[in-house]
Design a protein around this ligand. Structure first.
Ligand SMILES: [Zn+2]
Ligand SMILES: [Zn+2]
Length: 101
């Protein structure tokens, strides 16, 4: 055991993963058959994780924020002085919001 405690090892791995060499290694691994197989296995064993991940990243923040509307939204800024405040509105509701004010 070359490391004093598991936290040290974790920090070391995180540092390595963030380095150029670590990124290249991870990329190579993902492209390799072994890496693809590991990914497939992970998705097979964790289907709910895949969908949760998928929804969180691709859908949840994109769906129209009008209740009961489930169209994929566009980014709308309710207040242009607050560029980080973004709501999702589908094409139709987005147009309505702009037409009303
Ligand atoms: Zn807008
Ligand atoms: Zn909508």
């Amino acid at each position: 055991m070359p490391y004093k405690n598991p936290e040290d090892r974790k920090a070391c791995v995180i540092r390595y993963n963030k380095s150029e060499k670590g990124k290249a290694t991870a990329k190579r691994y993902r492209k390799s058959e072994k890496g693809k197989e590991a990914q497939r296995k992970y998705e097979k064993n964790n289907p709910e994780k895949k969908s949760a991940h998928y929804y969180a990243r691709k859908i949840a923040r994109m769906i129209c924020s009008i209740t009961e509307c489930e169209e994929i939204g566009e980014k709308h800024h309710p207040d242009y002085s607050k560029p980080l405040e973004i709501v999702s509105l589908c094409r139709q509701h987005h147009a309505e919001v702009h037409n009303n004010g």
